[in-house]
Ligand binder design. Structure first.
Ligand code: ADP
Length: 187
């Protein structure tokens, strides 16, 4: 049973790591970015409401995102565990997640904080070429990360949940570092 929150700035490699870990541990990878992009592509209500914010590099309103995550975490495939990627992204979302987990008698095990220098993040996102990966929007996403998301580092450190991982090494080395850190009971 593993319940992990993958945390880090945009471009840190959360999605890449989550995919590998989810496969290896046979648990679902829940990426709010992926779910939102699918909603935009399908032009669902949620997608229509989220699109403008995403294109500007702003957060999608908390209510929409938290409802979406709660619905996903209620699905039976999350019984053996889950990997959250891209959520929570601010303190309100973190509190909502804690309440929800308490109500459903679940608890997250760890929060993995992927650390990558800004210049590397920008280079990675520019090479990825997603619709919201142009330079102005990337800069805005990094700002939003610093203002709204980075405060969660202290939030989770205060709960003794945070594990810092250097994300500026090879994909394989990051995966190994995460697995090693999780395997240590008192890390
Ligand atoms: P990245 O890892 O590059 O930041 P994501 O795929 O995680 O990309 O997110 C893409 C966009 O989706 C964000 O810029 C934001 O607009 C929206 N988004 C994703 N997760 C959340 C969230 N938890 N709360 C609000 N908006 C979100």
């Amino acid at each position: 049973m593993v319940r992990l929150i993958l945390f880090g700035p945009p471009g840190a490699g959360k999605g890449t790591q989550a995919q590998t870990l989810a496969k290896s541990w046979q648990i679902p990878h829940i990426s709010t970015g992926d779910i939102l992009r699918a909603a935009v592509a399908e032009k669902t209500d949620l997608g229509v409401k989220a699109q403008a914010n995403m294109n500007r590099g702003e957060l999608v309103p908390d209510q929409l995102v938290t409802a979406m995550v709660q619905e996903r975490l209620r699905q039976p495939d999350t019984k053996p565990g889950w990997l959250l990627d891209g959520f929570p992204r601010n303190v309100v979302q973190a509190h909502t997640l804690e309440q929800f987990l308490q109500q459903s008698a679940q608890i997250y095990d760890r929060v993995i904080n992927l650390e990558v220098p800004d210049d590397v993040l920008v280079a990675r996102m520019l090479s990825r070429g997603r619709q919201d990966d142009n330079e102005a929007v990337i800069r805005r996403r990094l700002e939003v990360y610093r203002e709204e998301t980075a405060p969660l580092i202290d939030f989770y450190r205060g709960r003794q949940s945070l594990i810092d991982i250097n994300g500026d090494v090879s994909v394989e080395a990051v995966t190994t570092a995460i697995k090693d850190a999780i395997a240590k009971p008192d890390s």
